[in-house]
Design a protein. Structure first.
Length: 331
């Protein structure tokens, strides 16, 4: 990420599409615009650009916005973000970009990090950036998205997907989760957590889109599993069995597992591993504890077990992660 060298802010360009949705459109400025280093210096520069030329851009609300920069701003960006739009005609029925939008996307430099929020994924897909790759979009559009782009591995159950240089989020507020994830990936949990506190949102949400999809419930009063999750977070360092969680809700293991997945979108085991990885990340960034002790306090038991789960989730070893994100850690 070259612009982070010598305290030069990483440049984020947000593409203002006709018919844009103001909520999603404002997320990048809100999240990246609040990120600061220890000296208070901005870590990102966020610019907004139009598809054709500077000027007035229609929104789906009762107001328009004025954009000062044209598509040339895409050529100097380190990260390009495409938020959602309700505008028809941006993508053809055959899944191709409108000519002016295609010309704008062609200005993006090779190697630029590409990000979509909600249905902005259609633009990345039509530009060929998602071919053969995993992606997500708003759950209500997932089936149509998959039919239009059959070569993309669509996952409608997650809040966002990080595939390295191309990332996509689910609908609406999932864009906040994705942008916070990018801040965390770029600068560590401490900076991301500070941005989350200032934005008054959780730094990390559990589960995926499944918890927000309305579906008929087989029982009129579905018990929550929140009490079991809260207990688990207080006892992450201890061995936790599925039976222990089910007992907190006075449910059978089978019923608890089903209700947990309906609420959170993942199995209890997947959720618990994810929480332990997050605990390990926090300890690696903020403490000088040994790897063995981090593994114990995170509930993995052994350093080997933590390394396996940590690498599967984060993509690097705990030692490498600490070297990158803990100030003063030995190289």
């Amino acid at each position: 990420m070259p612009r982070n060298e010598r305290h030069t802010p990483h440049r984020v360009a947000v593409l203002a599409l006709d018919g844009l949705i103001p909520f999603e459109f404002g997320i990048p400025q809100r999240i990246f615009g609040r990120a600061r280093d220890a000296t208070g210096a901005r870590l990102y520069e966020v610019v907004t650009c139009a598809v054709r030329e500077p000027g007035r851009i229609r929104t789906d609300a009762d107001f328009d916005i004025l954009v000062d920069q044209g598509p040339e701003a895409l050529g100097s960006a380190d990260t390009v973000i495409v938020p959602a739009s309700y505008e028809k005609g941006l993508i053809s029925e055959e899944g191709r970009l409108r000519p002016d939008l295609a010309a704008a996307m062609a200005r993006v430099r090779p190697g630029t990090r590409m990000v979509s929020i909600c249905t902005g994924s259609y633009v990345l897909a039509a530009a060929g950036l998602l071919d053969g790759r995993p992606a997500t979009t708003h759950w209500a559009d997932a089936d149509h998205f998959q039919r239009l782009f059959p070569h993309i591995k669509v996952d409608p159950n997650v809040l966002f997907i990080d595939d390295g240089d191309v990332l996509s989020s689910a609908g609406v507020a999932a864009g906040i989760d994705l942008c916070l994830h990018l801040v965390r990936r770029d600068h560590g949990a401490a900076v991301a957590n500070d941005v989350a506190r200032r934005t008054v949102v959780p730094p990390h949400r559990d589960g995926g889109q499944a918890q927000y999809i309305e579906r008929p419930l087989p029982e009129p009063q579905l018990a929550s599993t929140a009490r079991a999750r809260a207990w688990a977070l207080e006892h992450l360092g201890d061995p936790i069995q599925l039976r222990d969680l089910a007992d907190r809700e006075s449910l059978s293991v089978r019923t608890f597992t089903r209700r947990f997945r309906e609420e959170v979108g993942v199995s209890p085991g997947q959720w618990l591993t994810g929480q332990r990885v997050e605990r390990a990340r926090h300890l690696l960034e903020t403490s000088g504890l040994s790897i063995d002790e981090v593994a114990r306090r995170s509930g993995f038991g052994t350093a080997q077990s933590m390394r396996q789960h940590f690498h599967a989730s984060v993509g690097v070893t705990p030692t490498s992660y600490r070297r990158t994100f803990r100030a003063g850690a030995p190289a």
